[in-house]
Structure formats: C-alpha cells, structure tokens
Design a protein around this ligand. Structure first.
Ligand code: EPU
Length: 417
C-alpha cells in the first residue's frame, strides 16, 4: 500500500519556507560528476526519491555516493561501467542523461530506453541525433540502446528541432570531452542547464553562450573534480507560492532566485495576488477569489510547464473562465479528471484547457498521477471543503523534500497516512 496525504481544507497558509536545491539541476550535476574520476561534492541537494534513484544509477556505474546533510559526495572511478539498467531508467526517465557522459568517457553506453509516462510519449530522438552527429552510432536491442564511439566523439554543429532541456544537456555533457568545437543551436536556456554548465566550467570545461540559444563548447582533454552548490529550485518556490495564493494566505519563500520565476510571478499577479520580491525572497498574498487569466506554457523564460497544474488549480476557483495552453507536452491532463471530482469545471480540448471558475471545491479521494499533479491536488485540497485523500504520495516525494512538514509549518492541516 502506498502512502497518501490526508488534508483538511480551510486554513489560510501563512509563514515562510526556505527553498532547497533544484531537483532538475541536482540530477544533472550528479551525472556530470561521471566526467571526471575522483571526489566531487555537490551541495544543496534535496533529499528526494529521484536523487536517491540517480544515486543508484551512479552506484551501478561504479561510483560511491554518500550524503551528509544536503551535501552529496561522489567518488567516481577511473573507468565507469557504461550501463544504466532498465529497473532504474523505468523509475526515473532522467537516467537517460548518462548516455552522453558515458559515451564520451568510455566510448560506449548501454541505456535501457525509457517508455512513455503520464505526459504522453517522451521520445529521445533529439538526444540520439545530436550524439550521432558527433560520431556515435546506436543500435536498439531488446529495449536497450547501445551507443558506441570507440574513437571518441568529435565536435560539430548540432541544431535542435526544439529547445529540449534533456537533449541540450546530453549533448553538452558529451561535448565537453569531445575533440574540437561543438555548437548547439536552438539550445534550451533553463536555469538548471546554466547551473550544469557552471559546474562543468568549474571542472575545467570551456563553454560559451550558456543561457543563450547558441552554446559553444571547446572540448578539453580532462576535467578535475570540484565542489558546487545546486541552484535554488524555482518549481518548489513557485509551488508554495501558489499554495499561499490558493488559500488566500501569505507565503514567503526564501533562499530563492526570483529572476527565475519572472513569467510565473507575472501571471500570479494577474490573478490578483500581491507580490513582494527581494534579491532572494518572494512573498505572495492571495486574493479572496482569483481573477481568470490565460496562460501558455513555453520553454524558459516562458511560463514553465511544471507550474501548469498548480496554476490550473488556482484558476479552478477564479471568478471567470481561463484558458491554459500546454505547448511542451502532448498530454499533461490526467489530473484534470481528479480536480473535476473535487468540483472543478475544467475540460481539455487538444492542447487547450478551458477552466470555468467555480465558487468552491469539495474534498474526496483523488490520485496523484505525477509529481506536479500530486502537488496541485494537495493545493486544491487546502482550499476544499472537508477532507481530501491524495493517494500515491510517492509521486510528490520524487520532487518535494519535506512536503508535509513544510506545509504544516505554514499552518496547513495535512498528514501522511
Ligand atoms: N522531446 C522530443 N524528443 C527528444 C526530447 C524531447 O520530442 O529527444 C520532446 C518531449 O517529448 C517534450 C518536449 O520535447 O514534449 C520537451 O522535453 P524536454 O527534453 O525539454 O524535457 P526533459 O528534459 O525530458 C525536463 C524536466 C521536466 C520538465 C521539462 C521541460 C528534468 C529531469 N526533467 O524534462 O521536469 O517538464 O524539462 O521543462 O529535468 C518535473 O520536474 O516534474 C519534470 C517533468
């Protein structure tokens, strides 16, 4: 039996939460450590399930991973085992990022292919095409992708069809130790990718254009281990701010980077929230009833797809109709049925979500189908009348460190059962 969250709605949240390191940066920093033998220290790493799974992937490859507080120490062997097994890749799709790192370090990589998930199929064709352009060859046998580059990878120009975060990262990881110059055109610009590049630069990599659409990488012969602090998690910050807004409360997040949430804060402001920002804190006070707004998810610096379910939840009680357009994933809508069971009036048509604001939600039993959906349903429950049981809590555990105690500290009536 998996855990659930039991929430009694009604309390307006109030208080302050210190934000931890970003899941989507920490996972990539861990993979990047494989590029250099020796001892690496990665600080500010959240204690979440996905980090644990990535730790197991690194251990399978031959590294030793230990945690002291929020610091991970990773001892990387001279020659890693070039393989990521199915049971781990199946649990966490981000395991695919070892592909570029292992190919460039060992000349080969065997990685089980991840399947689809609740967002629809998520192919890795851009990752593979980029690495092929650098001289790797691939063969798919029995569900395992065998990559080979016995003579090493060679820099080239890779132009991505879409600014995929994972593909940019995989090619970047491969390119730092490749021969010659690699340029990635139409590259992703996400802050977590910038964090990865900064870690690589601190290890001795030569990378220009980080944070722009064209990244240029000059391959080097070797990298040296270093210590790096993970960038703050903009999604954790954004999620607690929406929770505050949903309950017409006031929530402050500290230790964060407000400039990474520019579009999300602008949209929250349009719903009638009052927002105050300092260099590293954001305070949001929610309105009694949100105003409707239209949102389109886009690659950074556009509105983040991983904030879509939380915002749809807030808009479910708006005084009017909102339209949210999902441009990153073909299907990110399974949670809508769960929200509708709580009394929301939402329907999806293609990539568009039409949200007719209702006067109130009422608690019932719902299923968390992914990390952000689970967070969004918890947020809905805090505004709902009565009790809500959110099943499959482990989805939320994949991405949020201390979800229940942090919400309790803000005054939420929530417990894990
Ligand atoms: N895509 C392809 N082919 C590819 C790669 C991507 O068609 O080879 C498509 C995907 O199917 C998707 C779109 O391109 O429709 C964007 O995918 P992207 O590669 O940018 O996403 P990702 O690297 O797989 C990361 C985050 C996601 C986040 C997305 C978008 C990690 C571990 N995951 O995924 O985070 O939604 O970027 O910003 O960094 C989450 O944290 O809950 C989460 C799902």
């Amino acid at each position: 039996m998996s855990d659930s969250f039991l929430v009694r709605g009604g309390a307006a949240l109030s208080g302050s939460i210190a934000i931890g390191g970003a899941k989507n940066a920490a996972l990539k920093l861990m993979v990047a450590s494989l590029l250099s033998p020796g001892r690496h220290e990665i600080e500010n790493v959240p204690n979440i399930l996905d980090v644990e799974i990535m730790g197991r992937v690194l251990e399978h490859v031959g590294a030793a991973v230990t945690r002291t507080g929020t610091t991970l120490t990773i001892d990387v062997p001279e020659i890693p085992v070039p393989e990521a097994p199915l049971d781990l890749v199946r649990q966490m799709r981000a395991s695919i990022l070892v592909l570029g790192a292992l190919l460039t370090r060992t000349g080969e990589a065997r990685v089980a292919l991840p399947g689809g998930d609740d967002f629809g199929s998520r192919p890795i064709n851009f990752h593979v095409a980029g690495l092929e352009a650098m001289g790797a060859t691939f063969d798919l046998k029995h569900g395992v992708l065998h990559g080979s580059a016995p003579d090493g990878l060679v820099g080239t120009e890779v132009f991505l069809e879409f600014p995929s975060v994972g593909a940019t990262e995989n090619i970047l990881l491969a390119a730092v130790l490749a021969e010659g110059v690699t340029t990635i055109g139409n590259a992703a610009r996400e802050p977590e990718l910038v964090d990865l590049a900064e870690y690589l630069i601190a290890m001795g990599a030569k990378i220009d254009g980080v944070g722009t659409s064209t990244i240029e990488i000059h391959g080097v012969d070797a990298l040296t281990p270093t210590t790096h602090r993970t960038v703050s998690d903009r999604l954790e910050a954004g999620t607690y701010l929406v929770a505050g807004a949903m309950t017409a409360g006031t929530v402050t997040v500290t230790d964060c980077r407000p400039e990474h949430l520019r579009m999300e804060l602008r949209k929250l402001e349009s719903t009638g929230c009052t927002i105050a920002v300092t260099e590293s804190t954001i305070t949001v006070t929610g309105p009694e009833r949100p105003l409707p707004v239209d949102i389109a998810t886009l690659p950074y610096p556009g509105f983040h797809t991983d904030m879509h379910p939380q915002l749809v939840t807030l808009l479910s009680i708006a005084g009017g109709t909102s339209l949210v357009t999902e441009n990153i994933y073909a299907g990110r809508f399974r949670y809508l049925g769960e929200l509708n069971r709580m009394g929301a009036e939402i329907h999806a048509d293609g990539q568009h979500v039409v949200i007719r604001g209702v006067d109130g939600l009422s608690g019932c039993e719902v299923d968390a189908c992914d990390i952000r959906a689970g967070a969004a349903l918890t947020i809905a429950a805090m505004r709902a009348e009565g009790e809500t049981l959110i099943r499959d809590a482990e989805h939320v555990d994949r991405g949020y460190d201390g979800w229940v105690p942090k919400l309790q500290s803000l005054g939420a009536d929530i417990q894990r059962v």
